[in-house]
Design a protein around this ligand. Structure first.
Ligand code: NAP
Length: 244
């Protein structure tokens, strides 16, 4: 049987990079997309994958990327993130727009472009990396909460719309994972990013990747609809146990 191809967006760091590696280990040929091509090439080299520049917020970039993907059995929509932690009163609307663009429209753009290939594979699968922020709002989370709630809605709509087609749809919602997520959120402020995980044990990118690889390797008739994965030290979006 020929090897299946997995496409992973946002594969230059964090959950996406770990997922690309986990899927390669599970036997997939992996196509990796992100904007930082040097970082992407390193991850691709480590897992024998193909690195292709991709900006999910840019229609032309998505079109160029998906045009060279000749086969797609699995799409992991992982590219995304949060920008800032402002209250609604202090909202930077441009940042909110960017969060909507990368998390919601980015997922929609890439999914729309690859759906014909996913259907044609005869056993396609879409995994969307959402967040517990897509189900539990928290103060300061408005822009990111709204984007992740919307991404969750799109994922659920897609699942319904594809009923009867050979494509499964799964939402994987992590809690706190120590990646570059908080450094990006706080515009490079490493100290502020480190404080997010102070005194608690967060998930690693590999913990989430393992779940995605498990979802991707279930039998064709089994659809894992949604997975929430949090550290033991986290019981809600903002309910965290910190050790003394
Ligand atoms: P990360 O280390 O910052 O990784 C984010 C990835 O997305 C990078 O590879 C980045 O690559 C890519 N990306 C960002 N904008 C992009 C764009 N316009 N086009 C293409 N790729 C883009 O953070 P992470 O934690 O692994 O985040 C991955 C996903 O998990 C995100 O959707 C995030 O919302 C979600 N999540 C994270 C956490 C957490 O606590 N870390 C929790 C729940 C959900 P380039 O910059 O090279 O483009």
């Amino acid at each position: 049987m020929s090897r299946k191809t997995a496409v992973v967006t946002g594969a230059s760091s964090g959950i996406g990079a770990a997922t690309a590696k986990a899927l390669a280990e599970a036997g997939f040929d992996v196509v990796l997309g992100a904007r930082r091509v040097d970082r992407l090439a390193e991850v691709a080299a480590a897992c024998g994958g193909t690195a292709l520049e991709l900006d999910v917020t840019d229609e032309d970039s998505v079109a160029a990327f998906t045009a060279v993907v000749s086969r797609c059995d699995l799409l992991v929509n992982n590219a995304g993130g949060a920008f800032g932690l402002d209250s609604v009163a202090e909202a930077d609307i441009e940042l909110w727009q960017r969060m909507y663009d990368v998390n919601v429209l980015g997922t929609a753009r890439v999914t729309k472009a690859l759906l014909p290939k996913l259907v044609a594979s005869g056993d396609g699968q879409v995994v969307v990396v959402g967040s517990i922020a897509g189900h539990q709002p928290y103060p300061g989370g408005g822009g990111y909460n709204a984007a992740k709630h919307a991404e969750a809605a799109v994922t659920r709509v897609l699942r319904m719309e594809l009923l009867g087609q050979p494509v499964r749809v799964c939402e994987v919602d992590p809690g706190m994972v120590e990646t570059e997520f908080s450094v990006v959120r706080f515009e490079g402020d490493q100290e502020r990013a480190d404080a997010v995980y102070a005194g608690m044990t967060p998930l690693t990118a590999e913990d989430v990747a393992e779940s995605i690889a498990w979802v991707a390797t279930r039998p064709a008739h089994v659809n894992i609809d949604q997975i929430t994965i949090t550290p033991r030290d986290q019981a809600g979006a903002q309910m965290v146990h910190r050790h003394q």
